[in-house]
Design a protein around this ligand. Structure first.
Ligand SMILES: [Zn+2]
Length: 277
């Protein structure tokens, strides 16, 4: 299975190195939306989907002003998953499946560009996205992203494990090399997506953490504003912190077998690309 590491939206929030951990003190930071495009015998599988064409073309009608102001996205249609799929010589219909770490707007925006694809996600997360309970949930999920009534495939773990984590194996219609690994906390049903490749396992950890140094083996380090941001948008702080600790242990003990990365760290994306090429 060939895996492409894509950036399906660049976010440039103001916060300088307090957000990114390097560069100038003020000015925009740079965050990516790291997605995977996996070539499988069951067709193309997209893991997370970034922002979609409508989010880039008319964001006021989808992701909204608050996100535009805060996240300051680049709004380049060529960064959308559908345009990158086409640039690789495929058509949008070749993408049969999208597996989402969670349904936040910067992860689910692209699904509207693949209306025929099955969207795989944790059952709790789908419930939160379609029936948001709190003000935070009403802002983070965008109704327009689900307006095409996607073909959902939803899951809860049934006692299977992967490197000590609960896992969902055998996702509908997908090869056994792709697993859902619940990592709740950032959102109610947030999960990682594990992909077995000839070079070892990849774990797309979504927004379980944001900065590579949060996974440092000795102790967690995180730029201060990014730390505050994660607390503001968490749905369950205890679960989030515990899952970060478990991920750090996984990195410490099994980094020769599993490569863990988050959705938004540009340096992790570069390292993944270098290793894949
Ligand atoms: Zn995110």
């Amino acid at each position: 299975m060939k895996v492409h590491h894509l950036n399906c939206a660049t976010l440039c929030p103001y916060g300088g190195r307090l957000l990114s951990g390097s560069g100038s003190l003020s000015g925009p930071a740079k965050l990516v939306c790291h997605c995977l495009l996996v070539e499988t015998p069951a067709g193309l599988v997209l893991v997370d989907s970034g922002l979609g064409l409508k989010d880039v073309d008319s964001p006021e009608r989808t992701i909204g002003r608050q996100f535009l102001l805060f996240a300051n996205p680049v709004r380049d249609p060529n960064e959308t998953a559908v345009r990158q799929v086409e640039a690789l010589g495929f058509s949008r219909d070749d993408v049969r499946h999208v597996v989402l770490t969670h349904c936040d707007l910067d992860h689910a925006g692209g699904i509207a560009d693949f209306p025929k694809a099955t969207v795989h996600v944790h059952a709790t997360e789908q419930g939160a996205a379609l029936h948001p309970q709190t003000r935070l949930e009403r802002t983070r999920y965008v109704r327009a992203h689900f307006a095409h009534d996607p073909k959902w495939a939803v899951y809860r773990p049934k006692g299977e494990h992967w490197f000590g984590f609960e896992a969902v194996r055998d996702l509908d219609g997908l090869p056994p090399e792709i697993l859902l690994v619940p990592l709740h906390g950032h959102t109610r049903g947030h999960s990682g997506v594990a992909v077995q490749t000839p070079g070892g396992w990849l774990l797309h950890a979504g927004d379980a953490y944001f900065h590579r140094l949060e996974m440092a083996p000795d102790r967690r380090r995180c730029p201060p504003l990014l730390d505050v941001f994660q607390r503001i948008v968490e749905i369950d702080g205890r679960a989030r912190v515990k899952n970060q600790e478990r991920l750090r242990a996984l990195v410490r003990e099994s980094s020769d077998e599993v490569r863990v990365f988050s959705a938004h760290d540009p340096v992790e994306l570069e390292r993944c690309r270098e290793r894949a090429s």
